[in-house]
Ligand binder design. Structure first.
Ligand SMILES: CC(C)(COP(=O)(O)OP(=O)(O)OC[C@H]1O[C@@H](n2cnc3c(N)ncnc32)[C@H](O)[C@@H]1OP(=O)(O)O)[C@@H](O)C(=O)NCCC(=O)NCCS
Length: 157
């Protein structure tokens, strides 16, 4: 397996994997995935198994946009590793916390996030689904003056 930063050339594979990981109402279209990837500060990391994208994480600023692990590669600590790397990068940029949105019924993701120290800071309804906004606060002495924006687009996952 190879871990490397994602580029625009990876967008089709990212969208395809997202479509396998989420139901149609939650999966990102190619246009939405490309829009997220074009946001200021957007970065992605992908695990490749013989050149095939097996898992990736995408974030922008302090926000984790999506974390996708192919069903054949789950429970191998890949999701945890990607999330730790993203959180470390977010912290390194001086953000006080990493934040994400997750479906309240997504028990595997909730277990992963809680095991890394994320906690629920908001609960909101979107259509028929309830979602949590979760945050991983970094120790205060590493905080900079930058703040997590509250005027962000809602991320559906
Ligand atoms: C959620 C997801 C990213 C987890 O990825 P993963 O690589 O399988 O997770 P890891 O192997 O790193 O698991 C780390 C920990 O998370 C928890 N966890 C992960 N999957 C779990 C499951 N199915 N049931 C219960 N706990 C689970 C466990 O605490 C696990 O630690 P352990 O293996 O020592 O028990 C993966 O299931 C996935 O891609 N799901 C579909 C997409 C999705 O829901 N993404 C999150 C969007 S918010």
């Amino acid at each position: 397996m190879i871990l490397r930063p994602l580029t625009h050339a990876d967008l089709p594979a990212m969208t395809a994997l997202d479509g396998e990981c989420f139901p149609p109402e939650d999966a990102y279209s190619p246009e939405v995935m490309a829009w997220f990837f074009s946001l200021p500060g957007a970065r992605g990391l992908g695990w490749f198994d013989e050149d095939v994208l097996a898992a990736f994480i995408l974030w922008s600023g302090a926000e984790i946009i999506t974390l996708d692990v192919d069903s054949h590669h789950r429970r191998r600590r890949i999701g945890r590793s990607l999330l730790e790397l993203a959180a470390s990068a977010i912290r390194g940029k001086g953000h006080p916390a990493a934040i994400l949105q997750v479906d309240r019924n997504n028990l595997p993701a909730l277990a992963l996030y809680r095991s890394l120290g994320f906690s629920v800071r908001d609960e909101y309804r979107e259509g028929r689904k309830w979602r949590y906004e979760m945050a991983l606060a970094f120790p205060r002495d590493h905080r900079s003056k930058s703040q997590v924006s509250s005027s962000k687009p809602r991320i559906r996952k």
